[in-house]
Design a protein. Structure first.
Ligand code: GLA
Length: 658
């Protein structure tokens, strides 16, 4: 594109009878430095008010006027929102819930992804759109659907699931072995006996639940792929995307990314809502994680597809962004690799669900507002830093966030069933890496480890078939690997290995786990590491130490004296095992020591400065260091001995030679 996109979801369908508003929009967009609009996300009912009766002239005018005014268009396929006639005439397009109740018409993104009639109607609509606008000069990208979400349990989906199972397991006996069907008399004799989990049916067979989630994720991706193929039949050169938004939305984003040209993220942090009113650090870490995840999917810049310029309308308290936060949060996305800042939405709706959701233009319809000025400021900033567009991120550290593993951890019943904190445990390690000022990629267990100096795998409970082999060869060839408690217990079907954990890696780590103890929420064990005492919580692995160096031992309970943190040289690499969920300070200090010992590049030679996040992008022999202060207080950071004073919520970008 050659420049950062500064854009918004534009839903002019709501003002088609108000031409003066539409022309005013263009003037305001130019003033705010908006150079892109995403159109048509929820326009199905406006295109096809009655079945088979299509009206596109209104969109023709919008597309043309965008082009005439130098504004690019990302055009959506409108499959996320359905017109009422569709569900009335074809109720089978609506999703069936887990309790087997079919939804009535309403809301959005709640179709059955197996529904043939839904697929047929979407394909027809997409063909008409792509034939009409595929060569339009304003068009720069296709946006398929919107925020894929959820699972259907209708009979058609069940039939497809059975075919999926047959393809995967080949024989019913093999399925019974993998599901350990002899337990509780769950031996299946016929594929037709299998059904998706239900609140009124099976909730005990974790492997079945895992498979249904995998099946449905593939089905959702298949629907996107169907739309993609329809687009590509008539329009080959325009990139295709869809907006990701929630790691637990029912879709494996690592798989989805494979069929997209570019990845996009929708971001709605709850700024100013935390316990510590002087700092937004916790939100900032969470945002950073999601951006790094989205960027790592394709290892190239992504687009921030949606964000709010002020408040949302769906959290407990929908707070306005405090002065300075809009620029800082927008720059954070850019710092993490986004080539855009885009908003939901341009103009505030007058009615319906999101009438009080923040937008660039409010109900007053004027441009003299604080929010509008904030948006103008971001527009100017993106122009000022345009040379950074396209710059990449070079991470030597990766953390494993694996969709199948997290799904399996959510399903299993084991040691801690009240509040499963496994995802949080990954976030905790990620935060410790961020505070150590290293660039981090977020990868799945199937990704290639070889370009990283350090890979961290918290609670990697489920191993895919070649995971142990790949970890072993990574370490053998010089990699540094940190594995934490509760790793390597089950195969890809949640079938427990006939071995101590971590499966097939005892020689590599020099330890194996004989038992794991669960701690109550108000309990902790203790370890001494580097002369300091730290708390071990949640669960503790009781290790048999075969040949590892002990870095710390448990200090309490009957396993006092057992190894808690170990190090083992294997081949040319090093394997660390941390046998418990550790308190934050430990994660920071331990990873800091690992980073030092193995000479891993830091973005800044400094210990963590409270509330300051550092990110780096590189391009054409230059590196751009983003210094971001997420507190309201002044902070000071030294880059190459030069001191930078950061005011509250300030982002300073320092350009350095690579
Ligand atoms: C999501 C949706 C948008 C809008 C925003 C509001 O991201 O994609 O259509 O509903 O939420 O926060």
């Amino acid at each position: 594109m050659g420049c950062f996109l500064h854009g918004c979801d534009y839903n002019p369908d709501q003002w088609l009878d108000r031409p003066e508003i539409l022309s005013q929009d263009i003037e305001y967009m130019k003033e705010a430095g908006i150079n892109e609009v995403t159109l048509g996300i929820f326009s199905w009912a406006c295109y096809e008010r009655e079945e088979g009766v299509y009206t596109f002239d209104w969109m023709d005018k919008i597309m043309d006027s965008m082009y005439e005014n130098g504004i690019h268009v990302i055009l959506a396929t409108p499959s996320a929102g359905k017109p009422p006639w569709l569900a009335k005439k074809y109720p089978q397009v609506m999703r069936v819930r887990e309790d087997r109740v079919r939804l009535r018409y309403g809301d959005r993104e709640n179709q059955c992804n197996s529904s043939e009639i839904f697929r047929e109607k979407v394909t027809k609509m997409d063909e008409l759109l792509v034939q009409r606008y595929g060569n339009h000069p304003a068009l720069i990208m296709w946006h398929v659907s919107n925020e894929l979400y959820g699972i259907c349990h209708c009979e058609k989906c069940q039939q497809n699931f059975r075919l999926w199972l047959q393809h995967k397991y080949k024989t019913i006996d093999n399925l019974n072995i993998q599901y350990n069907g002899a337990f509780w008399s769950h031996i299946y004799c016929d594929w037709n006996e299998l059904e998706s989990p239900s609140t009124i049916g099976d909730q005990s067979l974790h492997a079945l639940a895992l498979d249904y989630q995998r099946f449905y994720s593939e089905l959702s991706i298949d629907l996107v792929n169907m739309e993609k193929k329809t687009i590509q039949k008539y329009c080959k050169d325009i990139p295709i995307t869809t907006n990701m938004h929630n790691l637990n939305c029912g879709v494996n984003y690592s798989e989805l990314a494979k069929i997209l040209d570019v990845t996009c993220w929708d971001s709605y942090p709850k700024w100013h809502c935390g316990n510590n009113k002087e700092s937004e650090w916790e939100q900032a870490v969470s945002e950073s994680f999601h951006y790094d995840f989205c960027r790592s999917l394709k290892k190239k810049p992504f687009y921030l597809m949606e964000s709010t310029p002020s408040n949302t309308n769906w959290s407990d308290a929908c707070k306005l962004k405090r002065p300075g936060m809009h620029l800082l949060s927008s720059m954070q996305a850019v710092a993490c690799g986004s080539d855009s800042v885009q908003y939901f939405q341009w103009r505030k709706s007058r009615g319906a669900f999101e009438k009080f959701h923040g937008a660039v233009i409010g109900h007053s319809g004027t441009n003299d507002t604080r929010v509008f000025q904030d948006v103008c400021e971001v527009g100017s900033k993106l122009k000022e830093i345009k040379e950074i567009q396209g710059a990449t991120t070079d991470s030597k550290v990766a953390i494993i966030y694996d969709w199948d593993n997290l799904r399996a951890l959510e399903e299993q019943r084991s040691l801690k069933n009240n509040g499963k904190d496994f995802e949080k445990m990954i976030f905790e390690y990620y935060e410790a890496l961020l505070k150590n000022y290293v660039s981090v990629d977020i990868i799945s267990q199937c990704d290639d480890f070889s370009s990283y100096q350090l890979v961290v795998a918290p609670a990697l409970y489920l191993f895919k078939p070649d995971t142990p082999k790949r970890i072993r060869s990574y370490i053998e060839n010089g990699g540094t690997f940190v594995m934490s408690a509760y790793s390597g217990l089950v195969n890809e079907n949640d079938l427990v290995y006939e071995s101590f954990s971590p499966y097939d890696l005892h020689q590599v780590f020099g330890v194996c786990v004989e038992e794991t103890d669960a701690l109550c929420d108000d309990e902790h064990n203790k370890i001494i590491y580097g002369g300091r005492s730290y708390r071990a919580t949640y669960l503790c692995d009781l290790l048999r130490n075969q040949s590892a160096t002990v870095l710390a031992e448990f200090e309490q309970d009957f396993y006092r004296g057992k190894s808690a943190v170990t190090k083992h040289i294997y081949g040319s690499g090093t394997a660390y095992y941390v046998a418990a969920r550790m308190q934050e300070d430990f994660n920071y200090q331990f990873l800091s020591d690992v980073i030092e010992e193995h000479g891993i590049h830091r973005l800044l030679n400094s210990t963590y400065v409270d509330d300051v996040m550092i990110k780096e992008r590189k391009k054409d022999g230059k590196k751009y260091l983003f210094l971001m202060n997420f507190s309201t207080k002044q902070r000071s950071v030294k880059v190459n001995y030069k001191e930078y004073l950061l005011q509250g919520y300030e982002c300073n970008i320092v350009t350095l030679p690579e």
